[in-house]
Ligand binder design. Structure first.
Ligand SMILES: [Zn+2]
Length: 257
């Protein structure tokens, strides 16, 4: 083999290696993208006034009594009703999910829960305010009533929670009389905007369980959540409530005070 032929061959070999490296990098990037970045990563044009987060979904049923009563279905029904009530008042609403699925995106089962939480966090951060809706379940069947959490140092979150609780207590017994500060819940800890987690009742308690299966109760609960959110937005003089004020018949062009 001549020296020149060796050079040509090694150049081809080098090019082949480079191609292989590019392929590996590309495949690695695609893999990491799907594993680490949730499907909801492009949210640059998504800024609803209110983000509603129906807890769980898809493979994640949440708290449940077998198949017939599952947290993921209750939270979705409730969130969709709250959405409709808010939209009817002219409030812009976005949901983290509108069907029976989680928001983890594609990827291995391992790490799904964390990907789901991170995707929800990205979405709740886009809202002026956000409410994550859940159903509780504990060992002690005596535990009963609604509970609302906010991020410990998030004062606006506490005010939003208080406004919602004020209305919720008209339709449901409270498990705790005031909003409860938390430091260990990712969505509350990492969001700077007013974000709260509302537990509407305990599936593990017979009285609450009956309520959770009652469409009239869910309708009342939805109305109380919607009113609590609107009251918070109004007391904070929110310009994003313009649609609401127009619905109230304010003359066009006149901004709310
Ligand atoms: Zn839950």
């Amino acid at each position: 083999m001549t020296y020149r032929r060796v050079m040509v061959l090694s150049r081809w070999k080098a090019l082949g290696m480079l191609g292989l490296l590019v392929c590996i990098l590309w495949l690695g990037t695609v893999f990491l993208w799907h594993v680490l970045v949730p499907v909801t990563s492009d949210l640059s044009n998504w800024h609803p006034t209110v983000v509603l987060d129906p807890g769980h979904g898809g493979v994640d049923g949440g708290a449940n009594i077998g198949e017939e009563l599952m947290e993921k279905n209750i939270t979705l029904t409730l969130a969709l009703t709250v959405r409709d009530l808010l939209v009817a008042k002219g409030v812009e609403v976005g949901l983290t999910r509108e069907g029976d699925r989680d928001v983890a995106g594609p990827g291995p089962a391992k790490g799904r829960h964390r990907r789901d939480l991170l995707a929800r966090l990205q979405m709740v951060r886009q809202g002026k305010v956000a409410v994550s809706i859940h159903v509780n379940s504990v060992q002690d069947p005596q535990q009963q009533g609604a509970l609302i959490f906010y991020g410990k140092d998030n004062e606006q979150g506490r005010m939003l929670a208080a406004s919602i609780l004020e209305e919720v207590q008209k339709v449901q017994q409270l498990n705790h009389p005031a909003p409860v500060p938390r430091t260990n819940l990712l969505i509350l800890r990492e969001a700077d905007n007013p974000v709260v987690i509302l537990e509407i009742g305990f599936i593990s308690n017979p009285i609450d369980r009956a309520k959770l299966q009652d469409p009239a109760f869910l309708q009342q609960m939805a109305a109380s959540i919607a009113t609590g959110i609107v009251n918070y937005l109004l007391t904070n003089g929110d310009k994003n409530m313009w649609g609401y004020w127009q619905g109230k018949g304010l003359p066009c062009g006149k901004e709310p005070v």
